[in-house]
Ligand binder design. Structure first.
Ligand code: ZN
Length: 340
């Protein structure tokens, strides 16, 4: 009994000692001493973007940031995902552009062109690269929406230099090489010259061996030319050399089902885990910032539909200012996160 009282007194003293410290200082001290290149803590930015009164985004499939901190969003407007073969193009604008800082809408275009919007990237010259899993095509557009190049054959799935089967995403190498993750139907990465000439492919058989894919859903290239593929249903990130040789594989509970990966201008990888969602979300909605050896430096967010939570993670983008944007396909929104 006496021992228990002493313990209680010690515990109280410990608690009082903790409470005596101002909580702001004890909470924020750990990261103040670290360089911004190491661990960072992220929080959601409320009221971003500024949508017109009464307007609601559709299923957000893609998000990307250009060199002027303009954020492009690719969404399905009033269309719900459908695999029906002969859907008409969506008549409303599917590409919206917002100022990264203020969240004000700058532009809206891409009407009467897309059937089932999917992937979106912005290249170093601020061109847009988009994929449509209904049309089985890849498009290059200028910054203001002029069509510059089309790869694939409209509404005709296949697996060669002129056909895709629900291509999911595009990445552009430093030399302009075009890499397409293809996709829901196929299980390959297809490679094209900067002017769209087919150069070859890898991973053409669906499987789970190194170099094989089960839904390559997102693709990115780093400054050294390494190619990162979110191999979604194999629950891993595969990293390849320029020609498709496997360099390494990242896999963990936190990475879970990686829906999207990007390599930001800070040289780090950013991944969002779409999770299992039903019935157990697990690490769904988790966002990870990793160094290029696969070590997790920062982690934030979780499954849910409150501000700062993610319901259906589908794409990720990072501005040059370090802001991270998550496209939420089920939550029908884009959220902006910044480091403290
Ligand atoms: Zn998808």
């Amino acid at each position: 009994m006496k021992g228990a009282i002493i313990q209680a007194v010690l515990l109280t003293a410990t608690l009082l000692g903790r409470l005596a410290q101002p909580p702001e200082i004890s909470l924020s001290a750990p990261h103040r001493s670290q360089s911004p290149k190491e661990q960072a803590f992220y929080h959601v930015v409320h009221d971003w973007p500024q949508l017109p009164e009464g307007y609601m985004l559709g299923e957000v499939s893609g998000v990307a940031v250009d060199s002027h901190n303009q954020v492009f969003v690719f969404h399905r407007a009033s269309r719900k995902y459908s695999a029906e073969p002969n859907l008409p193009p969506i008549s409303e604008p599917t590409i919206l552009c917002f100022d990264g800082q203020s969240g004000q809408q700058i532009a809206a275009f891409g009407e009467n062109m897309f059937v089932v919007p999917h992937g979106l990237r912005v290249d170093r010259d601020d061109n847009l690269w988009l994929t449509d899993v209904g049309l089985h095509q890849v498009f290059k557009m200028s910054h203001d929406g002029k069509l510059l190049m089309t790869l694939g054959t409209a509404r005709t799935p296949g697996q060669d230099g002129t056909h895709f089967d629900k291509p999911t995403d595009v990445a552009i190498g430093g030399d302009g090489t075009i890499f397409v993750s293809d996709g829901y139907g196929n299980s390959r990465v297809a490679r094209f010259s900067p002017d769209g000439k087919f150069l070859g492919q890898w991973g053409s058989n669906k499987g789970d061996k190194p170099g094989e894919f089960n839904l390559p859903h997102s693709i990115a290239v780093d400054a050294e030319g390494r190619v990162y593929v979110a191999d979604r249903e194999n629950r891993r990130i595969q990293i390849f050399d320029h020609d498709g040789g496997v360099l390494s594989i990242w896999k963990s509970d936190e990475l879970g089902r990686p829906f999207a990966i990007t390599i930001a201008s800070d040289g780090f990888a950013y991944v969002v885990n779409g999770g299992e969602q039903k019935p157990v979300p697990g690490y769904g909605g988790r966002v990870l910032r990793l160094d290029l050896s696969g070590k997790v430096l920062s982690r934030w967010s979780r499954y849910g539909n409150y501000d700062g939570q993610i319901y259906g993670a589908h794409d990720i983008a990072v501005g040059r200012d370090g802001a991270v944007y998550i496209g939420d396909i089920l939550g029908r929104r884009v959220q902006k996160f910044v480091a403290e």
